[in-house]
Design a protein around this ligand. Structure first.
Ligand SMILES: Cc1cc2nc3c(=O)[nH]c(=O)nc-3n(C[C@H](O)[C@H](O)[C@H](O)COP(=O)(O)OP(=O)(O)OC[C@H]3O[C@@H](n4cnc5c(N)ncnc54)[C@H](O)[C@@H]3O)c2cc1C
Length: 375
């Protein structure tokens, strides 16, 4: 064990994953978080640990490593999670072609996938709309957590297992080599990692201004089923999601599907909508999402966007017995140059770790181990 100290700014998943990786490397780590609890993108998401969205190679491996760390944490902390996998449903020939090609591709890459007929989908899962259903791509890789629980309890776990402290309500206003300032207090450390998520106006704003990074706003909804024992049995996605994840570009027919969606559902593309459902251990159903890009957004949810999501959801699921409980939005930064993340040194001993986009729950733990190995 060394006596080196590290400060991490931000207690979202990326900050906490970075803190964990630094502690494993022997640092005594303190996280400084401006809010009284983690309130950013990390508690606003689906809780999808989602290897299927990652292309073969190091990103898929990073997702699998992250999932392993999640499971270790969730088991030790006795927090429920559901390794329920995922299904992508095809409702027309173009979606079916893509799904069949992806099935062959993933099978070759030795991923745990199966091509399911409508009748086997009906037997295996609950509530999936059979009307016009052609086929489904099932993958057993995916795991669902309730992010509100998973993120809330992570600080206590990090303290118990890694002796990581978090100072809540501690907004960092400036950083230089070895020193972090919050209000009038200065904190010293050998190493400083800034994981400030969508707040890139406060620290090193001129550096961020030059970077190919933008913010993304997503609208989300939560439902409760009227029947307490209702369980879908997996996480559900439709054809629009096939356009969303990098791993699906392995399908040659994807462009044909894209042209069809451009012609038939232009409003869905305009608002960046693809429809996914995850169900947590309490039975609550998280549904989303849309994608608006910019540096500032209206803080309000747009009902029109939620209506588009619901219309598409009904194509995939029977939702008559679901009651809407909440809607909200979340914002994350995303790289615009095709990179999947951001890791830069801004001064001696000061690093910015950010830009993990819509994959932070899936990738942060593994990504943090990789970047800390480079520090
Ligand atoms: C609606 C939605 C759905 C998503 N679904 C999924 C999903 O299912 N699966 C998946 O893998 N990913 C998903 N994502 C992406 C994932 O949530 C993000 O990639 C991830 O949460 C980003 O983590 P973060 O730590 O960078 O940011 P955040 O969670 O936003 O944390 C940043 C933290 O830094 C703090 N901070 C900022 N500035 C300062 C400062 N100056 N001083 C002190 N503290 C500061 C903030 O208060 C905040 O707590 C989703 C995102 C959204 C918004």
């Amino acid at each position: 064990m060394s006596d080196n100290t590290a400060i991490v700014v931000g207690a979202g998943i990326l900050g906490m994953a970075t803190a964990r990786a630094l502690a494993l490397k022997g640092y005594k780590v303190t996280i400084l978080e401006k809010s009284q609890q983690s309130l950013g993108a990390s508690i606003r998401n689906f809780g999808m640990i989602w290897p299927i969205g990652q292309p073969d190679g190091h990103l898929y491996e990073r997702a699998i490593r992250s999932r392993e760390i999640w499971k270790e944490y969730l088991k030790n902390a006795k927090i429920p999670f559901d390794p329920c996998g995922s299904i992508h449903l095809a409702y027309d020939q173009e979606e079916q072609d893509v799904i069949e090609e992806l099935y062959s591709h993933f099978l070759q890459s030795q991923r745990p996938v199966a091509l399911l007929t409508p009748s086997s989908i009906e037997k295996k899962f609950k509530g999936i709309n059979q009307h016009n259903l052609k086929v489904g791509l099932y993958s057993s890789d995916e795991t669902i957590i309730d992010p509100r629980e998973g993120i809330k309890h992570l600080p206590a776990y990090l303290k118990t297992y890694y002796n990581i402290d978090i100072l809540w309500g501690t907004a960092v206003t400036s950083v230089t080599t070895n020193t972090v300032t919050s209000f009038k207090t200065k904190y010293n450390a050998d190493l400083i990692c800034i994981c400030s998520g969508a707040d890139f106006e406060t620290l090193y704003p001129t550096i961020f201004k030059e970077l190919p990074i933008i913010k993304t706003k997503l609208q989300m909804m939560r439902f409760v089923p009227n029947e307490s024992s209702y369980r879908i049995g997996t996480s559900v996605c439709g054809g629009l999601s096939l356009l969303h994840y990098k791993s699906f570009t392995a399908s040659k027919s994807l462009d044909i599907l894209k042209s069809k969606i451009e012609a038939e559902l232009p409003e869905y593309l305009k608002w960046g909508i693809h429809v996914m459902v995850s169900q947590n251990d309490k039975g609550e159903l998280t549904v989303g999402d849309s994608h608006e890009y910019g540096l500032d957004f209206e803080p309000f949810d747009i009902q029109y966007v939620n209506d588009l999501i619901l219309k598409y959801l009904k194509k995939m699921m029977h939702i008559d017995n679901w009651t809407m409980q909440q809607s909200w939005n979340g914002v994350y930064p995303k790289m615009t140059n095709g990179e999947t993340d951001l890791f830069i040194k801004v001064e001696p001993g000061v690093y910015i770790i950010n830009g993990i986009g819509g994959n932070g729950m899936t990738l942060s733990f593994g990504f943090a181990e990789e970047v800390v190995a480079k520090i």
